[in-house]
Design a binder for this molecule. Structure first.
Ligand SMILES: O=C(O)C(=O)C[C@@H](O)[C@H](O)CO
Ligand SMILES: [Mg+2]
Length: 382
């Protein structure tokens, strides 16, 4: 079998899908994208296609190594997202050729269902109580929200109190009937992370995510020493070589590799295994589309240390399209009581509505995240 064509589709709300075709008529789908840099990743995918066309799609490991090592420069969000989408599509092809879901090719199920969580509150966390109430009616009991808005390197007591009071209200409204992660989203600088973690500890969040920016990961051990709140990170780490340092230094209790940013299924399986060896839980990051989620689930169902799966249904970013809009087998993505079952179909387990994707790709918005600024006009972390 040979790869014959790679086609990319940038689609609302801010995703990109990749279709890899073969001379045997078997097609695989991937989701290579960096939110806000879709066109850059698209260029990277097409740079890789000149190597990939004519190759045997069954040789996923060799193609992965050639894409990663063959260009001399390696790693980073753009190349690793391009590789991720290609890798996902190659696993999709392999599963379809053998007529089994990818998790069967990876040794079979370690669990019968996977726990998921839902975002509430949006970019500027608001109305989280109402959002939780609505999602609880849909069966969710685990949530994630942003912890702050713009937040100074040395933040005011007023801004700290606003962040803490929001969490206090949640606990007072729902007690221990719900769980929630707080995403600092890299908005909190190292000096303030310790302060905020201390103030939030009494409300026992399930985790605090990106307590500092990934480039400040050397603070993880001391932050972990300062709090009992499990710390989580990973969406802005792109390979096992990035995660290696975090495992070696410690401090992170939950790793959150993104299946569309960290080299795909092949790399995230390796990251999951490294995490398990360090007694670190796995909670793949996935604010993206259906192919990314399907790839996450393939890893979740074969990873003992997978504890939680992010999914983007109803997320504040999904303006103009929702996760299931491009999916034919929607029922397979049904979430009951917060849990999702293994996707039964071959490959990644998602059947893409190609006509819908084609149509949506004709005038896709070129999504950008907002540029936030502090009151003094300096750039603020979004
Ligand atoms: O889902 C998360 O945990 C996020 O932090 C969302 C962020 O990753 C945006 O997708 C960036 O555009
Ligand atoms: Mg996050």
């Amino acid at each position: 079998m040979k790869i014959t064509r790679l086609t990319t589709y940038r689609i609302p709300p801010r995703w990109m899908l990749l279709k890899i075709e073969t001379d045997a008529g078997v097609t695989g789908w991937g989701e290579p994208v960096i939110e806000g840099r879709a066109k850059t990743v698209e260029a990277a995918v097409h740079e890789l296609s000149s190597f990939l066309i004519g190759q045997d799609p069954a040789r996923i490991n060799d193609l992965w190594q050639a894409m990663y090592r063959g260009g001399f420069y390696r790693g980073g969000p753009i190349l690793m997202s391009a590789i991720a989408g290609v890798d996902q599509a190659l696993w999709d092809i392999k599963g379809k050729v053998h007529n089994v879901p990818v998790y069967q090719l990876l040794g079979g199920l370690v669990r019968d269902r996977m726990k998921t969580y839902s975002w509430v509150g949006g970019d500027r966390p608001a109305d989280v109580i109402a959002g939780i109430r609505r999602l609880r009616e849909a069966g969710f009991d685990t949530f994630k929200m942003n912890g702050t808005e713009e937040f100074g390197m040395i933040a005011s007591a007023k801004d700290v109190d606003a962040a803490v009071e929001r969490i206090a209200e949640i606990r007072s409204a729902f007690g221990n009937q719900i769980e929630f992660g707080i995403d600092f989203h890299g908005r909190v600088a190292a000096p303030m992370a310790k302060v905020l973690l201390r103030e939030l500890e009494q409300y026992r969040p399930l985790f605090v995510e990106e307590p500092v920016l990934a480039e400040q990961c050397e603070y993880y051990p001391q932050l972990a020493q300062s709090t009992s709140i499990p710390l989580a990170a990973g969406e802005r780490m792109y390979s096992r070589f990035d995660f290696k340092r975090v495992f070696q230094q410690g401090g992170i209790a939950i790793v959150q590799p993104d299946l569309s940013h960290a080299g795909g299924i092949s790399e995230c399986i390796r990251i999951a295994s490294m995490a398990e060896a360090h007694d670190v839980a796995l909670a793949p990051h996935c604010p993206l589309g259906p192919v990314a989620l399907a790839a996450c689930l393939q890893v979740d169902f074969v990873s003992h240390n997978a504890v939680l799966q992010e999914q983007s249904m109803g997320i504040h970013y999904n303006k103009g399209a929702e996760l299931l809009d491009y999916v034919v087998n929607r029922d397979d993505f049904t979430i009951v009581g917060g849990y999702i079952a293994p996707l039964p179909k071959p490959g990644l387990g998602v059947v893409i509505d190609e006509q819908r994707v084609e149509e949506a790709s004709r005038n896709a918005p070129d999504w950008r995240n907002p540029l936030w600024r502090h009151q003094d006009g300096s750039v603020a972390e979004w």
